[in-house]
Write a protein that binds this ligand. Structure first.
Ligand SMILES: [Zn+2]
Length: 313
């Protein structure tokens, strides 16, 4: 694995009780000619390592002589969550991506968020935050907001989510405060088809660089792109083993309402505790679990978007 030809910096956050220094890793790739500053970030959720490799490949694959402007990349936003392979910061149990813009006197996750907002996002003209499905789920969609429509479409995912009410406290908050475009891309996860989703992520970021005029080239977009506005997160009501009834090949495909997506079975008594069915009369599979996995009540099991209210881009 080649390290990227970047200037590597460490933004200090704090000292932990263990005595270790907590820092934000930052790669700076400066192009030969001036231009915008694009921010890339990954692993704000510690169980989503795939976009980390997307960032490494983007940084190693670009010839700075051909780059206009600067890429600033944080390959691991939440090192403590990454260390424990958990979505949340283990020290305060908070989801860093619900605690922006942060607070220098708040919980540790709020302190980290404050450093990211004031020392990283403050330097950017555009910010793309890269996510994945986590240890078990696999996902494939991109967020679209009115102010980022062209950039979100340029990323090149087939399915785009325009939420009417965005989640509170995400990385979008400091970007909105600064008035710069921001969107989130969700790619891969579950340890399935990693190569495909890494390639898709690299192509997506490259497309954004071309769209911003930071690289020469053409934006490579799929033939059809669909924007959906209704997204159901389907969380099991019972824990146990989740046996999938739809496979990974169904990700991004249409699913009829009532289709059994998976069954939660007790590994103790072997009784079926729950059948999980697709909502909406017509939907798109946005997130699924492609393998037999342990599931807790309330976990991310599936996401299905309404195809009835979706529109072509
Ligand atoms: Zn995430």
């Amino acid at each position: 694995m080649l390290p990227p030809p970047t200037r590597y910096e460490k933004i200090p956050v704090t000292t932990l009780a263990s005595g270790q220094e907590l820092f934000i890793p930052l790669h700076r790739l400066e192009g030969a000619t001036p231009g915008p500053t694009l921010g890339l970030s990954a692993v704000v959720h510690g169980d989503e390592p795939l976009p980390n490799e997307v960032i490494r490949r983007v940084l190693t694959g670009i010839d700075p002589a051909r780059l206009r402007g600067t890429i600033l990349a944080v390959p691991v936003v939440n090192a403590l969550a990454f260390q424990s392979l958990s979505r949340n910061t283990p020290i305060d149990m908070l989801d860093l991506n619900r605690n922006f813009p942060g607070d220098p006197g708040g919980w540790l996750s709020e302190q980290i968020a404050h450093v990211l907002a004031s020392r990283f996002v403050s330097q950017l003209d555009v910010h793309v935050d890269l996510h994945s499905g986590g240890t078990f789920p696999t996902v494939d969609y991109v967020y679209l907001f009115d102010e980022t429509r062209e950039l979100s479409l340029a990323f090149g995912s087939e399915l785009l989510f325009q939420p009417s009410r965005p989640y509170q406290g995400t990385f979008a908050v400091p970007a909105r405060q600064k008035g710069i475009p921001f969107f989130t891309a969700e790619l891969g996860g579950g340890g399935l088809l990693d190569a495909r989703y890494i390639q898709k992520g690299v192509r997506g970021v490259t497309n954004v660089l071309v769209r911003l005029g930071m690289l020469e080239g053409e934006v490579v977009r799929p033939l059809g792109q669909t924007i959906f506005t209704e997204l159901a997160v389907i969380r099991p009501r019972f824990g146990g083993v989740l046996y999938p009834e739809v496979g990974l090949e169904q990700l991004g495909q249409e699913v009829a309402g009532g289709t059994v997506l998976g069954r939660v079975v007790s590994p103790y008594s072997f009784e079926t505790l729950e059948e999980i069915r697709a909502p909406f009369s017509r939907g798109y599979m946005i997130l699924l679990r492609g393998a037999i996995t342990r599931v807790n009540p309330g976990d991310y099991a599936y996401m299905v978007a309404s195809a009835e209210t979706a529109t072509p881009a």
